[in-house]
Design a protein around this ligand. Structure first.
Ligand code: F6R
Length: 255
């Protein structure tokens, strides 16, 4: 794992955007794995700025998002389809038919998960996978005790995840209980993984991911088994890393 400790959250998001833009320049037809959530908003804003400056193009790329809530149609205001249109797809040059998310409103969510997994495989798997992390150590919606060999499937959200995501809904009880998520094995097949975590609320999960045992109890710890994983954190999210100074010596200021 490469650990980049950045001075602040904006710098950390900019580093994540740098890696995505570099991948697009190196391989314009790459397949990006994309995440949603609060952490990613600054990454997408930075990518939109780089695109506007002519630094990167999504025109030949395609994308697969990590997850979607079961029951929410693409036009639902809280769907991840809507999030992606607002925060990225509608503001860069992705071809509309080259961006993919699971259909939360599919009549059979299990069959939709299988279809989505097959589509990722048919695309040759993910080139660069962007990830956030839950305070409980989840990646995608692979909650603690998810099989480290899991593929795309329907997962029940943890209470803490529903509580954390209630801020995006009008009422806490509106947060769906189920989601379709790429599995941990699906994520580990990506050629390159970039995980971004900022803020003190992620410090415990970050320490368990990087320095704890590989365990289904902290799904993000599976990234220790990946050959090309970069974890980007700000100082607050790095606060509980025993070897923080070592990581900072290798990559001063996260560079
Ligand atoms: C989102 C996703 C989740 C989030 C995680 C962190 O597609 O898969 O794993 O990355 O819950 O969310 P934020 O950034 O809102 O703290």
């Amino acid at each position: 794992m490469k650990i980049l400790v950045c001075p602040d959250a904006d710098t950390a998001a900019g580093r994540a955007a740098d890696l995505v833009a570099a991948r697009l320049r190196h391989d314009p037809a790459t397949t990006l794995g994309l995440a949603t959530g609060g952490t990613m908003e600054a990454v997408y804003a930075a990518l939109i700025a780089r695109h506007a400056a002519g630094d990167c193009s999504f025109a030949a790329a395609q994308s697969f998002n990590l997850d979607e809530y079961v029951g929410l149609a693409p036009d639902h205001p809280c769907s991840y389809w809507r999030y992606m249109r607002e925060h990225l797809f509608g503001r860069v040059d992705f071809a509309p038919d080259r961006t993919h998310l699971p259909r939360g409103d599919a009549p059979d969510a299990g069959a939709e998960a299988d279809r989505y997994e097959a589509a990722i495989r048919a695309a040759g798997d993910i080139g660069l996978q962007l990830l956030g992390i839950g305070a409980n150590g989840h990646i995608g919606f692979n909650e603690p005790t998810s099989s480290l060999a899991s593929l795309t499937r329907v997962k029940t959200l943890a209470r803490s995840t529903r509580a954390a995501n209630a801020r995006f809904f009008d009422r806490a009880e509106d947060v769906p209980r189920l989601a379709i998520t790429m599995g941990i094995a699906t994520i580990l097949r990506a050629d390159e993984v970039v995980l971004l975590a900022v803020g003190a609320g992620k410090a415990d999960a970050v320490a368990r991911m990087i320095e704890g045992p590989v365990s289904a109890f902290c799904p993000a710890s599976a990234l220790q088994m990946h050959r090309h994983a970069t974890v980007i954190v700000d100082e607050a999210a790095a606060a509980r890393l025993a070897l923080r100074d070592y990581y900072a010596d290798i990559h001063p200021n996260g560079i």
